[in-house]
Design a protein around this ligand. Structure first.
Ligand code: ARG
Ligand code: ZN
Length: 876
């Protein structure tokens, strides 16, 4: 059943207050719900509409009167009470079984603790409710549970009362002073322990901050706490937004479908984004924690205080909050070059994951027009492309203009459930700008292409730059209208410096933001003394594919000189991509592979340029991923792509051996481990150097070096990098290290996930080996992190083995999607997306893929989640 954005109607009844009583029992939890409701003047409807799923209805009372079977109708998940009075006190009693809830949506049990996850539509698995984000109410929650097993009882807002009950039970009563949609409800009943701290807010108030974890993990909470404090400070300073509660809690759970959840005052996190210390967490983990802690905290304003009218508006809160967490991470690094490295990472994610999504069967606008299952739309398009859309406001309006827009947005909409359009209007009105055309970023799917052409008139000393745009068709959207695209450009002179820009007699600095709004537009730059190299789309000013016929010399020039670090990196990526595409074609054709000196020299130059931060050098040396290469080829031959990329890595490893060895020496980080940007950059460069050296097949010394690093490393970053280098280069010689690694870390679930993922992604791990790993005592398909670390990593990141020509990888995929779907549709549906781009593969592979898709599609019992993904893949 497809739901359409255009069919939105206002809720028939509004809810003012909700009182919830929980008698918590893993097998049989009783939920009593007492709501005060009133007819919504904005709706003509007189029926109360409630959703419920996987719960047993025990009793239903309207204004004290018990309803009989004829007083209401249940139709699937919808319960309707016709002819309800204007004002209603509705009382509902239901029963659920948290321990049987393997979908991890609603109320479930994780390692013996009660946990909830309600976004998007999990609250209806707890009680009957108008479970839609535009119904906002004040909640009071009474929790009752066995005291011994569940000493800690948490919910949203403030603790107002607690005490003992007969029979070894106890209770706690929580009150959330802010009206909220049901998807922000949360409770936790557990034996967790916390690190806590009082923190002074900007207005002088003090808030209690807590990070709750299992007892053995108290040595891994500090970074999350530090990140939380930095987030609170940052939102005060950058946006003038304060914490509005006296208490803010983070709870970590090992069983969680996504990264984390912004429940009001009670954020619930996947342990992956909370737990860290140098022994078990990598630099990437530390960075992930800072970003996600920030993200969920920032939701308190962008998501909770101002929420979404309906789920089509999801990017209103997600795109905006991702943008905010990106800016936060950038500001925490502090330096311009560190910020650029962050930006490069964002661009890589977009190209690697979002562009393919936007070109595939699941392509959808940032604000979708329809969906079958909303959980399928927590996507890189809604999140990351959505963040790019928000970033473009800032690029167009400036930082101050953006802030004005934010202020107006809160002034107008605090306490409301609104639409993406409301955000756009606030930005436009606060700045006196017409942003009508900008709306197309929300309504049109697909990645726009911007083509640039430059003409230099030597006599007149002018440059004419012509930009034209188009956007490929996407499912349901054959034709696109022009977007409003900010294109930041510079002109780089022969000496490598920026030529000051003058357009229409107006000086525009070294970088001008051109606003491309028509299908084609031209700009004339005057006072250009010589033929420049254009630096286009600086800082990746819009989520588009930029096409320009650069010559190699131009790219080499930009790669050495562009003042914009993102475009400097980009020039290197273009040089690499050209070669990778050519080499891939050579492998497929059976021709000999060869890498030119020009490229190797460019890599050498950047590797040895000590004026550049190690973090930037690492990014510049990183090749486009196999996914990115696949996106650029007409017919995808995964093995050819892999071999071409490996060849370039091995060639760099051989030809730059001396320089790579020197880089390893120069980028050691002795002393105490610290996840600061500088140290992270050094480790990244050193470990990339190590992996290139190890890729050079005959380099025993490199293998020894990796082995040594593996044994001596005092932090997980270096240890895991060394193990990765070993497995990828010479699997046979990694067996001992793998065993040692497991023995040492078997008690650390997140490290065991890494152990599975490292093996799952190695080209030496075939389907049979993955099946064998699934028999390992530590494997558990019910745990989402574990399932992802082995099964999803294999299907999404091990291109060589997943795409073996006999189709056995796809067969495995079909089996796992079906098995997982019976347990956890959200996790299954993510795995189902591994087949998104099946139509682009070589014919033999395509045939096998289609068969596997049809096999899943032929299942009688499939969740909406998986059904939607599979049927769209087969249809488009
Ligand atoms: N709002 C959460 C976040 O972005 C994501 C929760 C998504 N949950 C889901 N079941 N789809 O931080
Ligand atoms: Zn979010």
């Amino acid at each position: 059943l497809t739901i359409y954005r255009k069919d939105y109607t206002a809720p028939s009844y509004l809810v003012d207050t909700v009182e919830l009583g929980f008698d918590l029992d893993p097998a049989r939890t009783i939920v009593a719900n007492r709501m005060t409701m009133r007819r919504n003047p904005a709706s003509g409807q007189r029926e109360i509409e409630l959703y419920g799923e996987e719960i047993d209805l025990v009793a239903l009372r309207v204004n004290g009167k018990t309803l009989g079977k004829r007083d209401y109708r249940i139709d699937g998940n919808l319960l309707r009470i016709p002819n309800a009075p204007e004002d209603v006190v509705l009382e509902i009693e239901t029963i659920c079984a948290p321990e049987k809830n393997t979908a991890l949506s609603g109320l479930y049990v994780s390692n013996g603790n009660f946990i909830t996850q309600c976004e998007a539509e999990g609250f209806r698995r707890i009680t009957y409710f108008p479970d839609r984000p535009d119904v906002m109410a004040k909640y009071t929650v009474m929790l009752r549970a066995e005291k011994q097993r569940y000493p800690v009882l948490l919910s949203n807002g403030n603790l107002v009362e607690e005490g003992e009950l007969p029979g070894g039970r106890h209770y706690a009563k929580w009150e959330d002073p802010f009206p909220k949609p049901s998807y922000l409800f949360a409770l936790v009943a557990s034996n967790l322990v916390c690190q806590e701290e009082k923190f002074k807010l900007a207005d002088g108030r003090t808030a209690l901050l807590q990070v709750w974890v299992e007892e053995g993990n108290l040595d891994k909470t500090d970074y999350a706490m530090q990140s939380l404090k930095r987030s609170i400070r940052w939102d005060e300073e950058r946006f003038g937004l304060e914490l509005d509660l006296d208490r803010f809690m983070i709870v970590a759970t090992g069983d969680f479908n996504m990264g984390a959840m912004e429940n009001k005052g009670l954020n619930i996190f996947n342990t992956k984004y909370v737990l860290a210390n140098p022994r078990v967490a990598t630099d990437l983990d530390f960075q992930g924690i800072e970003a996600v802690v920030g993200h969920e905290y920032f939701h308190n304003w962008t998501g909770n205080r101002v929420t979404c009218r309906d789920w089509f508006q999801l990017s209103l809160k997600e795109g905006l909050t991702v943008f905010r967490d990106q800016e936060f991470s950038g500001d925490m690094v502090g330096t311009d070059s560190g910020r650029a490295v962050n930006r490069i990472d964002q661009v890589r994610t977009l190209r690697q994951v979002q562009f393919p999504e936007d070109a595939g069967p699941m392509a959808h606008p940032v604000r979708p027009d329809s969906f079958v299952e909303i959980n399928n739309f927590y996507t890189v398009t809604v999140y990351e492309k959505g963040a790019e859309v928000v970033r473009m406001y800032q690029t167009l309006l400036g930082r101050e203009g953006f802030r004005k827009g934010m202020d107006l947005y809160f002034e107008r909409h605090d306490g409301q459930a609104v639409e993406c359009d409301d955000f756009r209007r606030a930005m436009a009105d606060a700045n006196g700008r017409d942003l009508a055309q900008f709306e197309r970023w929300y309504s049109q799917a697909g990645t726009p292409r911007v083509r640039a052409a430059m003409r230099y008139d030597a006599a007149a000393k002018t440059v004419e730059l012509t930009l034209s745009q188009s956007c490929p068709p996407t499912p349901g959207q054959p034709d696109k209208l022009p977007f409003h695209i900010p294109v930041a450009v510079g002109l780089v002179g022969r000496d490598g410096r920026d030529i000051p820009l003058v357009i229409d007699g107006e000086p525009r600095g070294n970088t001008a933001v051109l606003e491309l709004t028509a299908a084609e537009q031209s700009w004339r730059f005057t006072n250009v003394p010589e033929l420049p190299v254009p630096s286009l789309l600086r800082d990746f000013s819009a989520p588009v594919v930029l096409e320009y016929d650069y010559r190699d010399e131009d790219l080499l020039h930009l790669f050495s000189h562009d003042s914009d670090p993102v475009n400097r990196w980009e020039a290197g990526q273009r040089l690499a991509m050209e070669r990778l595409l050519k080499l891939t074609a050579d492998v497929t054709a059976g021709s000999r592979m060869q890498l030119d000196d020009t490229f190797v020299d460019a890599m050498r130059k950047v590797l040895t340029d000590d004026a550049l931060d190690p973090a930037f050098r690492e990014q510049a040396l990183l090749l486009p991923t196999e996914n990115m290469i696949a996106e650029q080829t007409e017919v995808v031959h995964p093995l050819s792509i892999h071999m071409a990329r490996q060849f370039v890595r091995a060639t760099i490893g051989t030809r730059l051996r001396k320089e790579l060895m020197a880089a390893i020496d120069a980028n050691q980080t002795p002393g105490e481990y610290s996840p600061d940007a500088e140290a992270i950059g050094k480790r990244a460069l050193k470990n990339l150097a190590l992996s290139y050296l190890a890729a050079a097949t005959d380099d025993n010394e490199a293998i020894d070096l990796a082995g040594q690093q593996f044994e001596q490393a005092d932090n997980m970053t270096d240890k895991a990098a060394a193990l990765g280098a070993l497995i990828h280069a010479r699997a046979q010689s990694a067996a001992g290290a793998l065993q040692d690694f497991y023995d040492e870390f078997q008690g650390e679930a997140l490290v065991v996930d890494k152990w599975f993922a490292l093996q799952a992604s190695a080209p030496s791990t075939d389907v049979g080996a993955v099946r064998a790993l699934m028999q390992h005592p530590a494997f558990n398909i019910r745990n989402p992190n574990r399932a992802r670390s082995l099964v999803a990593t294999f299907c999404m990141a091990n291109h060589v083995q997943f795409h073996v020509p006999d189709g056995s990888g796809y067969q495995f995929w079909a089996e796992q999607v079906i098995a997982l779907d019976a347990l956890n549709p959200q996790v299954a549906s993510r795995l189902a997306r591994a087949m998104d781009r099946w139509r682009r593969y070589a014919p033999v592979l395509q045939a096998h893929m289609k068969k596997a898709l049809q096999q899943v599609n032929g299942q009688k019992k499939l969740s909406n989640d998986v059904r939607e993904v599979i049927s769209k893949a087969l249809a488009n």
